[in-house]
Design a protein around this ligand. Sequence first.
Ligand code: NAP
Length: 474
Amino acid sequence: MKKLHFVNGKWSGQHLETINVYNPATQEVTGEVPKGGREEAANAIKAAHLVFPEWRGKTAYERAAYMQKLYLLMLEHKEELAHIMTTEMGKPIAEARGEVEYAASFLDWFAAEAKRMYGKTIPAHVPNKRLQVWKQPVGVVAAITPWNFPLAMLTRKMGPALAAGCPIVMKPSGETPLSAIRLMELCEEAEFPAGVVNLITGSSSAIGAEIMANEKVRKITFTGSTEVGKTLMRQGADQIKRLSLELGGHAPIVVLDDADVEKAVQGAAVSKFRNGGQTCICGNRIYVQSAIYETFISRFSEVVAKLKIGNGLEAGVDVGPLINQAGVEKVDKHVQDAVSRGASLMVGGEPVQDLGPCYYKPTVLKDVDHSMLIMKEETFGPVAPIQAFETDEEAAALANSSPYGLAAYVFTESHRRGIHLIENLEYGIVGWNDGAPSAAQAPFGGMKESGLGREGGEQGLEDFLETQYVSISV
Ligand code: NAP
């Protein structure tokens, strides 16, 4: 059945052309959504703009109550949401359940944070003045999200926007709009005022063009590739749009020779193979100090060889399909390039055609180096390339030799070495003996070409607020 747009509290888009949504595990059509464009985007922005005075005028406690209601509804419908997510993007059902909880946690945490949106009083330089800093919601927010976290990337933006008093217009990825539409049905149940939460699907370039040109949109929050992020930044220049950009990554995992090897192996496997290697913070390059290089590779290869690949709905599957065939082609290109330049294949190294066109074997490559594509480009797939290093300084230099700066991982039992190394890493997020660092209450975001701003934590709310300085003469 065709799902619809949620705009101004109503379902619309029946008349529009339809886009099919495919299940990457089976290639079956799993749903249909309307192909919206500039007009639909403009209508949604108008609705959000009209309700802005009402929404910002509510107390933080009132806004939090709506958000809490949605949070509880998401948990109540966890199983159903997880099923939709696995069916449209392929991640194993256990991971999908985890994502529903993670996604809901942004509503819970920011509902509470709404009540702590403090301003400031500054001591004045003369007796007859009172200097104050007030916080104001930035205005209508437009959110554009990717397919790899179909719910969490929406709520990580909705949470702080709604808490701050900003209505939101969202455009999910064309690959995964069904989870997003189900979330809108829950928003309807939570009875947000019409226009506070809106969602449209369709042509990304047309919807993007309207969002960037429409003066009512005061802030863009985007998660996706660095390439599209740069386009949006250019398009936003004319109106000096507020921008938050959560972009690509190429995370290094550095394993020092005093690491607990088993902990490092398990941590690296979690970081690398979660979501089939399709997260922006997935380890994409593993550097292991020479004294433990062989031991690490041997144990890591054993763990990877046991990962079960298949349809994410089946019990016990660790790695599902990639999002589409282009994803498989990119992964295979990286592997073939590395092998042709001298890397050795320890595990995997090919598609699993028997399962369908979107599956790729979890793969371990040994003796890679920086001449290889895989050490320079985001792979977004289940391939772990491993390179040896000698000194901590060399590890930092290798880790930093990328235009990206999102997440890095360090495995060491030494506080002294860990602290020195991390201080030298140009990365916005570091997991120290930890392969899964994300949490709603912590600032998530990158340095360098991985983006601008932070999502989550108090910093996440700040990005949806304007600072207004008020000087009062008394
Ligand atoms: P993408 O191709 O950049 O797409 C992201 C979103 O932008 C989608 O909704 C897409 O819509 C839309 N889009 C594409 N072209 C556009 C344009 N010209 N104007 C406006 N919107 C446009 O990225 P993806 O392949 O979906 O996601 C993977 C990327 O996201 C990776 O690079 C990953 O590292 C990054 N990511 C970053 C984070 C983070 O927090 N830093 C988190 C998750 C993912 P359509 O899909 O409908 O074309």
